[in-house]
Design a protein around this ligand. Structure first.
Ligand SMILES: [Cu+2]
Length: 66
């Protein structure tokens, strides 16, 4: 399980948008997004480029910290 920090989430709608963006990526499973800790956790079923994940989150309107 990987955990990344997400910036810009303010409500449950944002959580859903981030979860949807991650779930749309082939190779990502078991997505969990937490508003309070501003994190997203997931499993990779194959090695994924972090830039791909950052891009998907950016397109949804949020940012990955770090
Ligand atoms: Cu929101």
């Amino acid at each position: 399980m990987k955990t990344i920090k997400i910036k810009g989430m303010s409500c449950q709608h944002c959580v859903m948008a981030v979860a949807r963006a991650l779930n749309a990526i082939d190779g990502i499973e078991n997505v969990q997004v937490d508003l309070k800790t501003e994190t997203a956790s997931y499993d990779e079923t194959r090695p994924l480029d972090m830039e791909l994940i950052k891009d998907a989150i950016k397109k949804a309107g949020y940012d990955v910290a770090g």
